[in-house]
Design a protein around this ligand. Structure first.
Ligand SMILES: Cc1cc2nc3c(=O)[nH]c(=O)nc-3n(C[C@H](O)[C@H](O)[C@H](O)COP(=O)(O)OP(=O)(O)OC[C@H]3O[C@@H](n4cnc5c(N)ncnc54)[C@H](O)[C@@H]3O)c2cc1C
Length: 466
């Protein structure tokens, strides 16, 4: 067996992208993966299957409610859930097979089994049959990702009390779905099942949904989801779920304490977040420093042990696939001797509901807390021609710019296709652009993206269509 220049443990978006970039740069690369397929959380039980179900359930809802208004007659659309699940599974298979192809194309050796770092430069891989192999390698990148965060005393069985993984494969739409946690995953999967017929109640400990997002955006988004039929119970905590009967009985208390009430549900989705995953890696014995479970790294993704690096969900920062990918590229380039970095000030964040929510940069709350003087430009989709004709007028674009320099500090969008539109704001921020740069950039008409231009014009109080 060769001595590898780099071995990456984990083939999620962080790991497989890192391996490919390193191979492009001429390194001899191996990957270690404990699961049956490559692609990690994102491709197997995260981004890809959730987006498949969001897409299909959105079209189902449109067919049920919106087609007639556009002059499209369909005789009452019916849900064929097994076929929808097959659609999702085929999408996942296409993506994970794509990663296998890319690894092969780049001549990356794959070891299937659980990796344990027995010493710097040495990884022991234990296969499903219990057989072990030892890999020798000059550098190691830990890209082992994250796992579902659990609620104390509540056992996830992936049938009635589910994590996001179980919620992606339910056999029938539950009559009542209880979602614990009003973060991105809870709201996306809550939306899927509401569209497919469930009565959805979201219980959130905080007094707002989407902690960390711009508060005005979160408030408006909650109103929109409320209009769509999702019920919110904020400032409340789920203390226990009794699963002894046919119906689940969740005991829910006010966050500040007080009398508990019972919420009944057929299925409960625990979506309180994710935790870094380092089980069985042997980090303690090696003395690799972790903080609240995350591997501590320096600006070059290096841990405190020479030759051991880490990226993605297992280190600090937002748990997002594109953040993991960018770190994968950066660490591969650094190990190959190049200079590389990730700009954490311009990492977009998207919620793929309808409408979508997307943001990049600072929120108003963060700017206020930092004492930064800023100006705001806002433009509603009700005033955008394309949104009007498409009847997708929910939402707005908000641009926050430095009051002195006009430099874009944050952009927040609620609207159809917000996830695509946020990219132009991200590029503007990468280039240190000003609101005026966006305002003077010619935007195609008629597109929803004209609302971004108008919001940029509104920073200088000169929006045209408002
Ligand atoms: C339902 C859901 C929806 C999501 N939607 C989005 C989205 O739309 N956009 C977005 O940006 N992010 C989304 N995410 C988050 C995204 O999936 C993660 O941020 C991303 O997968 C992190 O990539 P990673 O490479 O760090 O780790 P992971 O994707 O978690 O991959 C880690 C890999 O390491 C392997 N592994 C772990 N330990 C070992 C070991 N000891 N030996 C061998 N292999 C090991 C695992 O099997 C896994 O394959 C979503 C997550 C979920 C759960």
């Amino acid at each position: 067996m060769p001595i590898y220049d780099l071995t990456v443990i984990g083939t999620g978006p962080g790991g497989y992208v890192c391996a490919i970039r390193a191979a492009q740069l001429g390194l001899k690369v191996a990957v270690v993966e404990k699961d049956k397929t490559f692609g990690g959380t994102c491709l197997n039980v995260g981004c890809i299957p959730s987006k498949a179900l969001l897409h299909a359930s959105h079209l189902f809802e449109e067919a049920c409610h919106d087609f007639a208004g556009m002059g499209i007659k369909v005789s009452s659309p019916k849900l064929d859930l097994p076929a929808m699940m097959k659609f999702k599974d085929e999408g996942v298979a296409g993506n994970v097979n794509g990663v296998a192809f890319l690894l092969k194309k780049n001549k990356i050796d794959a070891f299937i089994g659980r990796g344990k770092i027995v010493a710097p430069g040495k990884i022991e891989v234990t296969g499903a049959d219990g057989k072990t192999q030892t890999i020798e390698t000059r550098n190691i990148v830990i890209a082992t990702g994250s796992d579902v965060a659990r609620l104390k005393g509540i056992k996830i069985d992936e049938k009635r009390i589910v994590s996001s993984t179980g919620a992606l494969s339910l056999e029938a739409a539950p009559r009542k779905l209880l979602v614990v946690g009003a973060g991105v995953i809870g709201l996306e999967l809550g939306s899927v099942w509401r569209r497919l017929g469930s009565e959805v109640t979201v219980v959130e400990f905080l007094d707002r949904i989407l902690p960390g997002m711009d508060a005005e955006v979160a408030r408006q988004f909650q109103r929109i989801l409320g209009k769509q039929g999702i019920t919110f119970k904020l400032s409340s905590k789920v203390m226990a779920i009794d699963s002894s009967g046919k119906i689940l009985k969740a005991s829910v208390e006010p966050a500040a304490g007080g009398a508990a009430e019972t919420i009944e549900a057929d299925v409960a989705l625990i979506a309180i977040g994710r935790v870094p995953y380092t089980d069985g890696l042997g980090l303690d014995a090696l003395g690799v420093k972790t903080e609240r479970g995350r591997v501590v790294t320096d600006a070059h993704f290096k841990s405190n042990v020479d030759g051991i690096y880490a990226i993605g969900d297992v280190i600090a920062g937002p748990m997002l696939a594109h953040k993991a990918e960018d770190e994968g590229i950066a660490v591969a380039e650094i190990i190959a001797g190049q200079a590389s970095h990730v700009n954490y000030d311009a990492i977009p964040n998207v919620i793929y509901t309808f409408p979508e929510v997307a943001s990049v940069g600072k929120t108003e709350e963060e700017l206020k807390a930092a004492g930064v003087a800023y100006t705001t430009g806002k433009f509603p989709f009700t005033a955008n021609g394309r949104a009007k004709v498409n009847r997708t007028t929910d939402g707005f674009v908000k641009i926050l710019a430095d009051a002195k320099t006009d430099r874009v500090l944050g952009v927040h969008i609620i609207g159809a296709d917000a996830g695509t539109m946020i990219t132009e704001a991200t590029i503007a921020m990468e280039f240190g652009g000003a609101a005026e740069d966006i305002a003077r950039t010619c935007h195609p008409h008629p597109t929803l993206s004209e609302a971004v231009k108008e919001a940029a014009l509104a920073v200088a109080k000169r929006a045209i269509h408002m």
